[in-house]
Design a protein around this ligand. Structure first.
Ligand code: UDP
Length: 236
């Protein structure tokens, strides 16, 4: 399968149509952005690391009964995926306090949450992806109440699976963002990516950050950290 028309170019990926109407090709870029695009850099090798990490995680989730868009890795940066009609929602899962929430609620970074927090953000770049509640999502027509419930329970199920997976590798799954869509039959399917760009991952022993916070906070060694995650995954 080869890429035909470029359909969409985002901050970290390009999406192409293919000769099969039900399949797209995703091409991961080396660009890193943070703070809604205000901070930018090119990190050579990041695209390939995220492609490989996300594909392995999607395959693991698929084996555990979660429907994902993953079909086949085509090259170090390109993957064949199922076409989905995406919800304009980001589903954020938080096990441990970090990032913007620490500031917003005045809770110390590193504090565990019980129960786990699930949040929705409205995917809208010009509004800066604002945090919304279920009623906002309904008013905006982003999903039905039943779909919102399914998204929450799927996100919690994925959290349980990923937490266990990373725990085995000596990594804490602090928080992460998921995006879902509907396939041709109306099933809710996990799309987008699951990678150190979209998850906060801390070394269990040292609490060293192995994710995009290294870029956000100018800690350096971004690709080295992603490489470390991939290397640990290859032994699982
Ligand atoms: N996240 C993401 N894309 C977004 C917003 C958040 O991948 O557009 C991820 C982020 O990497 C983190 C989690 O979702 O793992 C929670 O992010 P938070 O809202 O704390 O983001 P911050 O504002 O701190 O970057």
């Amino acid at each position: 399968m080869t890429a035909t028309t470029l359909l969409y170019e985002g901050k970290a990926k390009k999406v192409y149509a293919t000769s099969d109407l039900q399949c797209y090709i995703v091409d991961y870029k080396d660009e890193a952005t943070a703070f809604n695009g205000a901070k930018k850099a090119t990190l050579s090798g990041k695209g390939s690391l995220n492609n490989r990490i996300s594909n392995s995680l999607m395959q693991y989730l698929q084996k555990q009964g979660i429907a994902t868009h993953f079909i086949q890795e085509l090259s170090p940066t390109q993957t064949l995926v199922k076409r989905l009609d995406m919800f304009a929602l980001e589903v954020i899962v938080r096990n441990i306090c970090a990032g913007s929430l620490a500031k917003r609620l005045g809770i110390k970074e590193g504090t565990p949450f019980e129960p786990t927090i699930v949040e929705f953000c409205y995917k809208n770049d010009s509004l800066g992806d604002p945090l919304i509640n279920d009623v906002h999502a309904l008013v905006l027509g982003l999903a039905s109440q039943e779909e919102l419930e399914s998204l929450k329970s799927l996100a919690l199920k994925i959290n349980t699976l990923l937490q266990a997976y990373f725990k085995n590798l000596g990594i804490m799954l602090v928080d992460f963002k998921l995006e879902f869509g509907k396939d041709g039959e109306g099933n809710i399917v996990l799309g987008d990516e699951v990678s150190p760009d979209t998850c906060r991952l801390w070394d269990t022993r040292t609490h060293q950050k192995l994710d995009k916070d290294r870029f956000r906070e100018d800690l350096g060694g971004v690709c080295e950290a992603y490489e470390m995650v991939l290397e640990k995954m290859s032994h699982s």
